[in-house]
Write a protein that binds this ligand. Sequence first.
Ligand SMILES: Cc1ncc(COP(=O)(O)O)c(C=O)c1O
Length: 339
Amino acid sequence: MNATTLPRLNLSTFPRHALLEGPTPIQPLSRLSARLGGASIYVKRDDLNGLGGGGNKLRKLEFLIGEALATGADTIITVGARQSNHARLTAAAAARMGLKCELVLTRTVPRFDSDYLENGNILLDALFDVRVHDLSGSANALQFAEDRASELRAQGRKVYVCPLGGSSAVGCLGYADCAAEILAQSTQAGLSFDRIVVPNGSGGMQAGLLAGFAALGVKTPVIAAYTVLGDAERARSITLDKANQTVRLINENLHVEADAISIDGEQLGPGYGIPTDGMREAVRLLASTEGLLLDPVYGGKAFAGLVKDVTSGKYAAGENILFIMTGGLPGLFAYRSEF
Ligand SMILES: Cc1ncc(COP(=O)(O)O)c(C=O)c1O
């Protein structure tokens, strides 16, 4: 395969609003790979997407904002945990578009210190000047969002409700497109990735990548995820479902098989947003060997899994592995006491 014979994804029928500056770089982690021995590790810098502090959710938001604008929305509401990166980036994208935005944030994570409650993403939400609804950990955020949308619609507003993590099938198209971007970049660099490693929260990033490679019709690298939200079984069924919804949006004859879903549950630890020793070590390791910053809730746990599986030999020596850096840097400030 070369640049001219490269299969392409045509997503031009889906409304989309540009929020990215272009392809994000792929960089080798030479020092870290030498330190661990075995596989060659690369990173794709989705943390460098610029708007609102950056991160993976901007890829989904290009399509979600596109859909919102196509439906004539003047207001966007989304849900998440108090330190949600998706909520922060939705707020930033709404500010950029001149849309009103409300965030329905739950206290799902049992952390009560002022850094967690007031710093990091929540500080940035306030700067984007959005309304935050502060709900208890047991509240049904999506139901609250739908009720609030009805209230606003009764006042004449046009409201678009965006699901957890932006992971509707339309949102996942952002990562289907990223699969095409990775294929183009790796082909141009003469590289072939055996494995792409990601954190799995709402499952949309993994699902979108699987859908994208299926739609491109090329041999799919293993898309290896570490779940950071639910147990592995639950994450697997949610991700398979989203991957199939997404690929069918692109081509209704395509299908993602269940055995394509690789999810490891070992890095979750006691639960979503609860730090583990592996996460703390992974954040320090990548910072001190490569000067790169992982977040404590998603990338830190997934990278801990990657380090473990490279050093144990589960990921074979000689493999080329691409880890997607998903952003979430503000989370480090919310978890200051962990470091
Ligand atoms: C920084 C970061 N990385 C990874 C993820 C996981 O992506 P997904 O929800 O698509 O599985 C999220 C989701 O919120 C995130 O904020």
